[in-house]
Design a protein around this ligand. Structure first.
Ligand code: ATP
Ligand code: FE
Length: 328
């Protein structure tokens, strides 16, 4: 059985063909990141237009790379939610037209479920396992009990960590920094943080007393905004120039973000273990999403999993971000 997967929920147009054993026969992806970096964020009608311009070619490329003709497909699977409505619509209408032509079944896919299950392509992971999804658009902790059986344990009450890191990077004008100009906000923060001292700023991790597994990042973002404004005054520079303390701020924001994510995840692991929702001796925590590629944040999560006898698994970076393979 061969399934074509199509993903257009945000700013990547992606497609792939996967067989029933999880073998990836071929894939193709078109990223819009470069365009959106220039405008300082995703403008939905622009994303929609770019999906329209690329979807036919990307699906064609995925099929050619797989050496599969459309008539050999068993089904077409496409992300139907959650995401940007205008972006989702392009993939959905393309797929519906295709399944109509081919007279093949259509499989609607929940984007977050696909992210959560991707690890099963590369590792032998039994249900139940815990999953932490941290990206630019999402932040959630869930217990995965089966292919479509999820227990949501926590989510961000406001923005996602990647969104916060992107906003801080933009406020610090890191796009003008010679070493970071082509990096996403989160990656730029990670890069610059290596040159900074996190102890120069003392940002408090959010929600320290909250007795749940939810997250919050917008309060931290506002605190950092205020600090940046204050530093700009002190250093006598204009908004848009790079602060001499930018690396220290990057190190501190990365550290606080890592602490917050690790503490909430620790709570979730303890909650599940106490209620026998996870295997006591061999519990697995899967971490995915663009922010999961941050090695400092991973290290913080490793400390938590080591302390709770859990195994930490991350899909390879290419499968952590949006792709057609996870949908197929
Ligand atoms: P979605 O949740 O719909 O998948 P997305 O397109 O933002 O949204 P990803 O492509 O998974 O998701 O992740 C992109 C995000 O990850 C951006 O916010 C980016 O700043 C962040 N990111 C990428 N690399 C790093 C890194 N090394 N450290 C921290 N954050 C990073
Ligand atoms: Fe995603």
């Amino acid at each position: 059985k061969l399934v074509l997967g199509i993903e257009t929920s945000c700013d990547d147009t992606a497609a792939a063909v996967v067989d029933e054993t999880g073998n990836v026969l071929g894939e193709a992806i078109h990223s819009q990141t470069e365009v959106h970096l220039k405008t300082g964020g995703i403008i939905p009608p622009v994303a929609q237009q770019l999906h329209r311009e690329n979807i036919q070619r990307i699906v064609q490329e995925a099929l050619s790379a797989s050496k599969v003709s459309p008539s050999e497909l068993s089904a077409v699977a496409t992300t139907i939610k959650p995401g940007l409505a205008l972006s989702l619509g392009v993939g959905l209408s393309f797929s519906l037209q295709l399944v109509n032509q081919l007279k093949k079944p259509f499989i609607p896919i929940h984007h977050m479920e696909a992210h959560a299950l991707t690890i099963r392509l590369t590792n032998k992971v039994e249900f139940p396992f815990l999953v932490l999804l941290i990206s630019g658009g999402h932040c959630l902790l869930a217990l995965v009990r089966g292919v479509s059986d999820f227990l949501l344990l926590g989510k961000s009450l406001d923005i996602a960590p990647g969104d916060m890191l992107d906003k801080v990077a933009r406020r610090l004008s890191l796009i003008k920094h010679p070493e970071c100009s082509t990096m996403s906000g989160g990656k730029a923060i990670e890069h610059l943080a290596k040159q900074g001292n996190k102890l120069h700023f003392d940002f408090k991790p959010p929600m320290q007393r909250a007795k749940n597994c939810d997250f919050s990042f917008s309060g931290l973002q506002h605190v950092i905004d205020r600090i940046i404004m204050q530093k700009e005054k002190e250093e006598g520079i204009e908004k848009g120039q790079i602060l001499s303390s930018a690396a220290d701020i990057a190190a501190a924001v990365q550290h606080t973000t890592a602490c917050h994510i690790a503490k909430r995840t620790h709570r979730a692991i303890l909650f599940c273990k106490q209620r026998d929702l996870l295997c006591q001796s061999n519990a697995v925590l899967v971490v995915s999403g663009g922010v999961a590629s941050n090695l400092y944040i991973r290290k913080a999560l490793e400390i938590v999993t080591n302390a709770t006898q859990c195994t930490l698994l991350c899909p390879p970076p290419k499968l952590c971000t949006d792709n057609g393979i996870m949908i197929a």
